[in-house]
Design a protein around this ligand. Sequence first.
Ligand code: ATP
Length: 356
Amino acid sequence: MKGVHLKQVTKSFGNVQAIKDLNLSIKPGEFFTFLGPSGCGKTTTLRMIAGFYYPTTGHIYFDEQNVTTLQPNKRNIGMVFQNYALFPHMTVDENIAFGLKVRKMPKKEIETKVNRIREIVHLGEYGHRKINELSGGQQQRVALARALVIEPDILLLDEPLSNLDAKLREETRFEIKRIQSELGVTTIYVTHDQTEAMAMSDRIMVMENGEVKQIGTPQEIYNRPVNRFVSNFIGESNTIEAKIETVSADDITVQTKDGMRLRGKKQNVSPLAQLDREQTIYVSVRPELIQYGPGENEMVGTISFVEFTGLSAHYLVKMQNFTLKVMILNDGSPLKKVGEQIMLNIPSENLYFLGE
Ligand code: ATP
């Protein structure tokens, strides 16, 4: 397993600047995810690491080795694409063995490696099956086995679950995570699905328009987003526009457009925010961190929407100038109704303050 380092990498296609000055260090053995909306540059970055594209400027290293313009087949990487790119009329074993045959490995050795990796991906009995006789989830595991059998230094996965239905996606994401941690291979995963990214990754890079917005563990990204884009892209979030009133050593108070005062902790201010008086700031709070009844930062609103999912109740609560999404865990008590007034409070440590 190797580390992957990108230093001031840019990539342009004609006039389109797909990647703008990317700096990134992925640790050996890490499960690292590129996350962002369509067109943000995830696949372009992955392709530069694979060697299918060369950067317009900047450098890429695997450990200390500069691989910026090295051919893909010289990089010892395994790849799984969205469509798997398997050979449909060949058997599972023939597909898995393909990369080893190309490398002219002795037959006996190929057999040992193929058998081992087939066990790891839980396809023990399926060696002689044809690809077109397998389910989508099984095909996905063949593609993974084929990428892993060459013992790559780095495994690259580009939306590998998007052809599977919801239930199978969930099962398969645990499978991929299990296999990856069993083998300890450095893995870079591309997805636009934030749940997938949160569930699988050691660290996530959130991208927008060819730029990095934040890099961190799933918890850091979810609990301490640095701006509104990250806060809204990852999970559900409320953002309320306000102006800064006072900032002390520990606390910050802001006033919303309708004159509501909210008090929070200074340690919850994004490092990117400016703290001048009267400065516009965005208060961010997760729906599950808002509580019923009186307390800190209390407010009264009118329920405009109710949804019950079993695990929790989701409400939209209309205030004068903004609407809050509120999620209350199910405790068996009756649901509130549309039109009802409700008092809410937000503990000051649950408010985050974002500059942009
Ligand atoms: P998706 O989730 O839709 O695959 P992505 O985040 O992987 O999106 P990229 O495919 O990396 O995004 O594309 C980034 C930008 O570069 C887009 O604006 C895209 O149109 C552009 N782009 C990508 N490949 C090419 C190419 N070969 N020629 C011209 N423009 C390209």
